[in-house]
Every structure is written in C-alpha cells, then in structure tokens.
Design a protein around this ligand. Structure first.
Ligand code: NDP
Length: 394
C-alpha cells in the first residue's frame, strides 16, 4: 500500500489533495501516515478520521486538547506545535505533499527529503528561500521533488523527454490578478477585498493577494530558476488573462511547448500524485472552439514592482531569497491588517533588500538551513520597522 503524508492538509491545496485521495479510494487504497493543519482543528480531525491517518498534527499548541477530544476513540494520534510538525516529517512516507503556506513549510519539507520521499512541492517558499540547499538535500538522499505550482508542473510536463540544455526560454504565464485592469494611479488605494477578487483561480487568501501584486509571480520566477537551473535571463513572464496556458517552454529550434488545461489545481496535484503515470482526473475538459481566443500582454513593471525585485533577488542569490520572502510575508500581513497600502508592500520589501544588502551573501556563498532561518528572522524584524515607517503615509 502506498503511504503518504500531507503537510498543510486543511488549506486550499491540502483540501484538493484530500479530494483526489478520496476519489481514488481513500483509506482503502492509501496508508495515510500524517495530516497536519494550523488553526482549523475541526477540519483536521474530520479528515484524519476519514482517511484513518496515523497522526494528526496542528501547528497551534493551544489546539491540542480539542484535537485530542475530537480524535478520541478513532485510533488517530494527536500532536501540536511547530516542533511536532517537523518531527512528523521524519515519519517515512512514499509521497509527501508540502502545502503549508509560507516559510513555515521549509523545515518539514527538508526533513521529508531525508527519508527519500517523493516530495510534491506546493510550498514555493522552500525553493525561494533555500533552493540550492533543498535541491542538494534531495540529491543526497535520492529523493525526488515534483512541482505542484501549476506553472512549474506545466514546465515540468513540457520538458518530458527533452534535454534541458536545448531550452532557450521558459515563459511563465500570469493572470495579472484581481487589479490588472485598474488604472495605475488607483492601485495605491486598493483594499484587501479588491485584491481578493481573483478572476480565475480559487486559492487561499494570501496567495490571491500575492497574485494581485504579482509577488506570487515573482516567487515563481525565482522558483523556476532554482528548480530547473536555468539562467534568470531565460525566464520571461507574460500576462495571459484567460489562465488556460499554464506556462510554456521555448526550445532552441524556435518551438514552444505549451501546457493547457482548466484553471484547477487538482490537475497539477494529481499529476504529482500519479507521476510518472497519468490517471483520470476530475478536471473540466477545455472546449477550444468555445474558448476561441487566447490573449497575451506584457507586464508593466510600474504596476508590478515585485517582478523587478525578483530580478534583483536572482542577481544577488545567496540569502536574498530568504530576505525577499520574509519581507514579503510581513508586508502582506500589514496590508491584510490595513496598516499599509497595496503598493507599499513592494516598497517595504525593497527597503529590506537594501538594508540587508551586506548580509545577503553572493551567488556561490555557502549557506546552511540555519543561515536561511536567521535571515528569515532578521528580514521580518526589518520589514516590521519598514512597514511602521510607512503606516499611514501615502
Ligand atoms: P492556505 O492558506 O489555504 O493553507 C495553508 C495550510 O498551512 C493550512 O493547512 C494551514 O492550516 C497551514 N498553516 C498555516 N500556517 C501554518 C504554520 N505556521 N505552520 C504549519 N502549518 C500552517 O494555503 P494554500 O493551500 O493556498 O497554499 C499552500 C502553499 O501552496 C503555499 O506555499 C502557496 O504558495 C502554494 N500554492 C498554492 C496554490 C493554490 O491554488 N492555493 C497554487 C500554487 C501554489 P489552517 O488552515 O488549519 O490554519
């Protein structure tokens, strides 16, 4: 029986993973080692009972009593706290979904690689903050990382049977997010509600806002560089409002391989789950005649400063990804709390990159997981200061 664990099971990607497992036969077909969640104890206990998980772990220690109560008599063990989540990753499983949001997903993914698991990686922050370390760890333990981000799954699929050396460019598609058609001068006044109205994808709250600011695409550009090992100049971003082409690979003979499908994360989650085979997936089939037109436009860097900052991060490399991601997370928190404006998120991140310049390390500077976590901490402090300096300012 195939064994698996889901980190971040109660989130958007986690729920869709559980949906696919249920459709494929659930506990009759899979041995579910561990499910982890955060604050949603009710849902975590429900899914752990349904999938007969060996252990359910919440990131929130204050939820442990309730989790135990809800799992009483089920045979599912309960645990809580960040350390318990990290230890859970030491339990061997054939397939591990890394779908915790944010830098909190880094350590569990790392530890899962150590027992040679196939790591289905939704947590893009892992590659952005510690890409070289993560790829080296996978190689050291003979583990396999499979991308779950729809763009990277698309690129991965467009590369099957091809030589990465013949790739000329990788073209990441972007919906442009909820505010893509707003006049530039109005963006400073955009509210959380405005930024959450994503035109195509139903996702978690944080990634939906990151989509509107294109911080999500900025993370994906860096993720592409780290996962596929291509040069920054080979990575392009194009706005494709229909979100039907999930990304493209351009080869040196001029051919472009595009991956098309409905905007449904169960496609890339299912691809990673079934890899290297393909199985039936419950995703809508495209009616191309009805779609009729696919459109594209170049992104405006004044509207999306995050894309410019991603280039900066790739030039610096070293610990710049960790600083970028942490600063972005704090800036997003402050925007969600109404303390800074939509366009101020980028200025907070830029200020942190500048302030941290001397500490970032360079292209080939050696770094450890501890360095990454220390930079994450430092950048959060600096981003907090930068955000305070901007609160209330225009
Ligand atoms: P959600 O916010 O919907 O879910 C996040 C999950 O992580 C939940 O299970 C949450 O628990 C848990 N969690 C939150 N904070 C912590 C913490 N500090 N420690 C441990 N667990 C925690 O996120 P998404 O599913 O949208 O995204 C997950 C990851 O996948 C992100 O890295 C995102 O960028 C990436 N991704 C998401 C896509 C999408 O369509 N949603 C598409 C491509 C990539 P709880 O809810 O119980 O509090």
């Amino acid at each position: 029986m195939r064994s698996l664990s889901i980190f971040g099971a109660t989130g958007s990607v986690g729920e869709q993973t559980v949906d696919l497992l249920r459709r494929a036969g659930g506990a009759e077909v899979f041995r579910v080692v561990a499910l982890t969640g955060g604050r949603n104890i009710v849902r975590l206990a429900e899914m752990a009972r349904e999938l007969r998980a060996e252990v359910a772990v919440s990131a929130d220690p204050s939820g442990l009593a309730e989790l135990r109560e809800r799992l009483a008599g089920s045979g599912v063990a309960a645990a809580a706290g960040p350390e318990a989540i990290a230890e859970t990753a030491d339990r061997p499983a054939d397939w591990v979904m890394s779908a915790i949001v944010g830098a909190a997903g880094l350590v569990p993914g790392f530890r899962a690689l150590r027992h040679g698991a196939v790591l289905a990686l939704a947590n893009k922050e892992s590659l952005v903050t510690a890409g070289p370390l993560l790829m080296a760890e996978a190689a050291r333990h003979g583990a396999r990382i499979l991308p779950v981000d729809s763009e990277h799954s698309a690129i991965f699929q467009a590369l099957v049977g091809e030589d990465i050396g013949s790739v000329e460019r990788i073209i990441l598609t972007a919906s442009g997010g909820a505010l893509r058609d707003w006049p530039l001068e109005n963006l400073a006044k955009a509210t959380v509600k405005d930024a959450l109205a994503h035109p195509n994808w139903a996702m978690g709250q944080r990634i939906t806002i990151d989509s509107a600011s294109m911080f999500n695409k900025a993370l994906e550009v860096i993720e592409t560089r780290e996962f596929f090992g291509v040069s920054p100049h080979q990575i392009e971003v194009i706005i494709h409002p229909e979100s039907l082409i999930h990304s493209m690979v351009g080869y040196r003979d001029g051919a472009i391989m595009a991956h098309l499908g409905a905007p449904d994360m169960r496609h890339s989650i299912g691809y990673a789950l079934n890899w290297p085979e393909r199985s039936h997936l419950p995703v809508a089939r495209l009616d191309l005649a009805q779609i009729a037109t696919l459109t594209f436009r170049a992104p405006d860097l004044a509207r999306y400063p995050a894309l410019r900052l991603a280039r900066d991060v790739m030039d610096r490399r070293g610990l710049a990804g960790a600083a970028f991601n942490a600063a972005k997370e704090v800036a997003l928190d402050r925007f969600l709390a109404g303390q800074i404006g939509f366009m101020q998120m980028a200025s907070v991140v830029e200020a942190v990159l500048e302030a941290t310049d001397a500490d970032l390390g360079r292209e080939n500077a050696p770094m450890t997981l501890e360095d990454v976590l220390a930079m994450d901490h430092l950048a959060r402090v600096r981003a907090g200061e930068a955000a305070r300096g901007r609160a209330g300012a225009d």
